[in-house]
Design a binder for this molecule. Structure first.
Ligand code: ATP
Length: 236
């Protein structure tokens, strides 16, 4: 479904991702793990079109999307749920959700049905429908960011650090939702610092270190890899 070939991403002179090659098959959860500053978020921005790729190629469903602007990638079925709290703070939960479907030009009834679908998946958001996003808890904002991305009806969901700053119970809830999204047929590329949790649910995974892909395998292989355990799981 997604094929990233030798992709290079840089902030001016600072090279953040070097010759990264990553593949995601339809129906998979693929995790990218790595430490702070490894280039994980940058890679997702490159896939979403929020950052220009300096060299290499991004193929989505066999088509070259390397130079497509972000909104056209969304229209093709790629949605990014960004790191942290990047919801629209002064808009209500409901408005944040409808903005996620903006480009789809749905009728009011269809829009309501889609919002209802998200409320089924995230019941906490239903209770807070008219609340300003800024007043939500961290976990609720994260759920809203995911729900807003899902409003675009993506076939590939890019999830950037969904666990960031959240309590363990909420993290577990979010990971359960990721698993149920996979069950519903959505393909997921998940960037996480919580390597243990990400690898436990991932079909396959890649390790990114200072901009380079250094290791790849099934989630279980990496979970039991001595190097990964020492570097990212805090066990030796
Ligand atoms: P984290 O988990 O800490 O968010 P990450 O793996 O997502 O890390 P990135 O945010 O992709 O890492 O950053 C990769 C590198 O690019 C880092 O060295 C970072 O300092 C640099 N970088 C990120 N954003 C910018 C920017 N806007 N301008 C310049 N350099 C940047």
């Amino acid at each position: 479904m997604l094929k990233i070939q030798d992709v290079h991403l840089a902030y001016g002179p600072i090279c953040a991702v070097r010759k990264a090659s990553i593949e995601v098959e339809a129906g998979e959860v693929v995790a990218i793990v790595g430490g702070n500053g490894a280039g994980k978020s940058t890679l997702l921005k490159g896939i979403a079109g929020l950052m220009p790729v300096s060299s290499g190629q991004i193929l989505f469903e066999q088509e070259d999307v390397t130079r497509l602007p972000p909104h056209r990638r969304v229209a093709r079925g790629i949605a990014l749920s960004p790191e942290g709290r990047q919801v629209f703070p002064d808009q209500s939960v409901y408005d944040n959700l409808t903005l996620g479907a903006y480009f789809r030009r749905l009728s009011n009834d269809a829009l309501e049905a889609e919002v209802e679908e998200q409320f089924k998946l995230f019941p906490r958001l239903r209770e807070r429908r008219n609340q300003m996003a800024v007043t939500l808890s961290g976990g609720e904002q994260q759920m809203l960011a995911i729900a807003r991305a899902l409003m675009g009806k993506p076939r590939l969901l890019l999830l950037d650090e969904p666990s960031l700053g959240l309590a363990p119970k909420i993290i577990q809830e979010i990971f359960d939702i990721i698993v149920s999204l996979r069950r519903s047929g959505i393909t997921i590329l998940l960037v996480e610092q919580m390597a243990n949790m990400a690898l436990a649910i991932a079909d396959r995974a890649y390790v990114l270190e200072t901009g380079n892909v250094t290791l790849s395998g099934t989630g279980q292989q990496l979970l039991h890899d001595p190097k990964v355990r020492a570097a990212y799981l805090g066990v030796s």
